[in-house]
Structure formats: C-alpha cells, structure tokens
Ligand binder design. Structure first.
Ligand SMILES: NC(=O)c1ccc[n+]([C@@H]2O[C@H](COP(=O)([O-])OP(=O)(O)OC[C@H]3O[C@@H](n4cnc5c(N)ncnc54)[C@H](O)[C@@H]3O)[C@@H](O)[C@H]2O)c1
Length: 258
C-alpha cells in the first residue's frame, strides 16, 4: 500500500491554531507525523485541544510569533533539546490587510511583510540547521501572489514570498531540502469569514470549479509536498484554487460566449 510515510518525522506548522494550519496539523498527525503546532496564543488554542488529547503525544503546542526572531531561536533550541530533527516546516501563518492602493500605508505594507515574508524567512533560517537530506519546507502563498489581487499589501507580500521560496529551493536543493509553495484560492476559514459577500460572489464567478475550497483540500496538497511521494519536486508552485488562477482572466469571455 502506498503511504505518505511520515511516521517518525517531525513537522513544525505555524499559525496552526485555526483554519488551514489546524487542518494541516490534524492531517499530518493522521499520516503518522509528530507535529509541533505553533501559534500566537500562550495556551493551546481550543481547536487543537481535542486533537492533542487524541494524538497520544503526537501533537505538541508551542507559542510562536513568526515575526519574532528570538521566538524562532527559542523554538529551535527546544526542538533540539527534545532530541528531534526537523523533517518538515509549513510556513502557514499569515495575515491579510485589505486597504486599496491609494489608501494603504507603508506601515500596513511593513506589518504584512513582517509576518507573511520575514516570518517564513526566519523559520527557514532557524530550522534548516536541524534538517537533514529528505526534509521538506512548504510555504503557503495565495492566488494573490499569482494575480493582481486588490488588497495591495497582502498581494505584494505573497509575490515576495514566491521569490523567497525560489531562492530557498535553489540554495537548499544541494542539501536535499525541498522548498515548495501552495497557492490557496478562496478557502472557507476564519480569514475569509470576514470577507464581504461581494468578494465571495466575484471570486466564485472567476473560479471554474464554481465553489470555495475547504481547509482539508489545502492540507492534502501540503501533506503530499511534505511526504517522500514528492521527493523530486522542489521550487514548484501549486495553486489549490479550483482553477481561479489558471485562466488568466479568460473565464468571463468564455462565460459571455456560451
Ligand atoms: N483562507 C483563504 O482563503 C486563504 C487564501 C489564500 C491564502 N491563504 C493563506 O493561508 C494561510 C492560512 O490562512 P487561514 O485562512 O487559515 O487564516 P486564519 O486567519 O484562519 O489563520 C491564520 C493563523 O495564523 C496565525 N497568525 C497570524 N499572525 C501570526 C504570527 N505573527 N505568528 C504566528 N501565527 C500567526 C493566526 O493566529 C491564525 O491562527 C495564510 O498564510 C493565508 O495568507 C488563505
């Protein structure tokens, strides 16, 4: 039987308290991994409690603000002291900021960049010393990073994350460490729960599959990229978006001519 072969492997997931990160943590535990779930809260977020108690120690929770370099150093020291290596890192934590081009401030851009870009960079810098050949890093981008998505600070940050991912894939390849990116479209998660109805409707109109995605549908692709089943995949970018980014704006033309 083909398996994801994550037994005995340790994976760090950021922003794991809810949404996609929690789904990733849950699926990884199910696939046999030991998961270090991290998020901003000091105590284990409610959404992870049941999973942690059912996991027989396979899921542990640590507080981590990804924008805080000393927090990453502390996490790396703790993992090392536990006697573990790191086999996987999911840079999932992210924030959005919905100001438009002529209203956004430099402070907005910097704050989003600190979390969405510098957070992933700090994670790579802190944890790659604990990785051996065969380890895998997954960065969570967005269709915003493939398009001219309207929230400019968020969009710019996700484009920047693509650049970081490609440099990391190139530099870490010789060490046997893979780096890939997933680009979710509209996923039902707390982040999108606050989106305007107009945003939901307009996005659905641009999505060939005609529906939103679930957190599990993103987690499945992340799991594949962390597993040895994707051993020759690095520097790849996989949209998980129901086709939203693939048509390059041609869907409205196609729809108009039906
Ligand atoms: N939901 C979507 O439709 C969607 C679409 C495209 C991309 N994404 C990306 O997917 C990732 C997960 O999004 P989600 O929808 O699950 O969002 P979410 O808001 O539901 O969850 C994000 C998690 O990240 C945590 N977080 C925020 N700032 C942090 C920080 N500085 N340090 C550590 N943790 C922090 C939050 O506490 C939260 O638990 C993000 O990178 C987001 O940009 C989401």
């Amino acid at each position: 039987m083909v398996s994801f072969q994550l037994d005995g492997r340790t994976v760090v997931v950021t922003g794991a308290g809810q949404g996609q990160g929690a789904a990733e943590a849950s699926m990884l535990v199910e696939a046999g991994a030991r998961v270090v779930a991290t998020d901003l809260a000091a105590d284990m977020p409610a959404g992870l409690g049941a999973l942690a108690s059912a996991s027989a120690g396979a899921l542990v929770y640590r507080q981590l603000d990804v924008a805080d370099a000393s927090g990453w150093t502390g996490l790396a020291d703790w993992v090392h002291a536990e006697g573990w290596q790191v086999d996987g890192l999911v840079n999932n934590a992210g924030i959005t900021q919905r100001s438009r081009l002529l209203d956004v401030t430099v402070a907005d851009v910097q704050r989003v960049y600190e979390v969405n870009v510098a957070g992933a960079l700090l994670g790579i810098q802190a944890l790659t010393p604990l990785m051996k050949s065969g380890a895998s890093i997954v960065n969570v981008g967005s269709v915003a990073g493939l398009t001219a998505h309207y929230p400019v600070a968020y969009t710019a940050s996700k484009w920047a994350l693509r650049g970081l991912s490609q440099v990391a894939a190139m530099e870490l390849g010789p060490r046997g460490i893979r780096v890939n990116t997933v680009h979710p479209g509209f996923i039902e998660a707390p982040m999108t729960a606050s989106a305007k109805p107009e945003f939901r409707e307009a996005t659905l109109a641009e999505t060939p599959q005609g529906r939103t995605g679930s957190v599990e549908e993103v987690a499945g692709v992340v799991l594949f990229l962390l597993s040895p089943l994707s051993a020759f995949v690095t520097g790849a970018e996989i949209p998980v978006d129901g086709g939203q980014s693939g048509h390059g704006g041609a869907k409205s033309v196609s729809d108009a001519l039906r």
